[in-house]
Design a protein around this ligand. Structure first.
Ligand code: NAD
Length: 319
């Protein structure tokens, strides 16, 4: 089969393509605009694989998307503006890429009669969940321009199933971490700051909770939903690792042999959602299970950033 994967010069998409090349015989074309978050260095280890190819292009350009997607069987759509803080300082690119760009991808997939289209969503669309865990059927209450644009993109993608029977499936995952995550996101930022003798900036009172999912575990979930998920449906993917930021920071300090003096409390993010948590009964029934505990996964991830300064240092300097 031929996979067309958008946004895989970024964090999760590149890990997913690595997973597909390692575990299947499929061919993969990555389609990515190479924004600040997408980098050729992120795909360097895959570029010599004869089953891998790369096309630079914007998902908001229908003609370019059509030319590149033609001849493929399956679409996996990661491309998005993904950083909440950036959506707070300026939301236009988020609405354009995440909503309009998703429409271009799914509409092109409809016209080209793709066998399956998997759209990657986020748990942030459910809004702040003080207690319990969100079901796929829960109402959407996004509270940042990022999560609102992602909620819009989910609904746009699903509307193609209802209207045209385009074979769309949607996943909604929790906060990912692992190799090749752009060093503006929490875990790589914290780890690389500590490596350079800097501090961890901790928002507000540090008690906001996130469910930390190792990207490898997320990738196996994506592949399972792609192969076995019901069309027109949504699948939450989470690790059950709901952890206060303060606790996560303590774990990282511990792994890296640092102490409280390396933490700096900073002004809270505007409209900062207190907690996210998803119910994963549906994907569990499909046969998915995470492979690593949070502590094991954090150890591996810290080691990856320690061993791969060549990858993150130029990106951090260019910020
Ligand atoms: N990282 C997380 O914790 C997380 C959690 C839940 C959901 N998600 C979702 O997963 C997907 C991937 O997230 P990520 O963390 O890998 O993001 P990322 O920011 O690391 O990568 C995004 C990629 O999309 C590309 N891109 C952006 N705009 C584009 C455009 N207009 N045309 C073509 N390519 C474009 C970028 O160049 C980059 O390579 C996103 O849809 C995101 O909303 C991420």
């Amino acid at each position: 089969m031929k996979y067309f994967v958008t946004g895989a010069a970024g964090f999760i998409g590149s890990n997913y393509v690595r997973h597909v090349l390692a575990t299947t015989d499929h061919e993969v074309t990555v389609y990515d605009a190479l924004t600040y978050a997408g980098n050729l260095s992120t795909m360097k280890d895959m570029s010599d694989d004869s089953r891998f190819s790369f096309v630079q292009g914007n998902i908001c350009d229908p003609a370019a998307v059509e030319a590149a997607m033609k001849g493929h069987d399956v679409v996996v759509h990661f491309a998005a503006e993904s950083h909440v803080d950036r959506s707070i300082s300026g939301a236009d690119d988020f609405i354009l890429t995440n909503c309009y760009g998703t429409n271009v991808i799914v509409d092109t997939a409809r016209r080209l009669e793709m066998q399956r289209v998997l759209h990657i969503g986020t748990d942030e669309v459910y809004g702040s969940v003080e207690v319990g865990s969100s079901l796929e059927t829960d109402p959407l209450e996004p509270r940042s321009p990022y999560s609102a644009s992602k909620a819009g993109s989910d609904l746009i993608a699903l509307s193609y199933y209802s209207t045209h029977k385009t074979p769309v499936v949607v996943t909604r995952c929790t906060n990912n971490f692992g190799p090749y995550q752009y060093p503006e996101k929490a875990i790589p930022l914290f780890v690389t700051n500590l490596m350079d003798g800097g501090k961890i900036p901790l928002y507000g009172d540090g008690l906001n909770e996130r469910d930390w999912l190792l990207v490898d575990d997320h990738c196996t979930g994506i592949q399972l939903v792609l192969e076995k998920g019901n069309l027109g449906e949504i699948y939450n993917i989470g690790a059950g690792n709901e952890t206060a930021n303060r606790v996560l920071v303590d774990k990282i300090l511990d792994v890296m042999g640092k102490d409280e003096s390396s933490v700096q409390y900073v002004e809270d993010r505007k409209g900062h959602d207190r907690r996210y948590s998803v119910n994963i009964d549906k994907i569990t029934k499909l046969g998915w299970k995470k492979k690593r505990s949070l502590d094991e996964a954090l150890l591996e991830t810290v080691k990856w950033y320690q061993d791969n300064r060549w990858w993150w240092e130029p990106l951090k300097k260019a910020k």
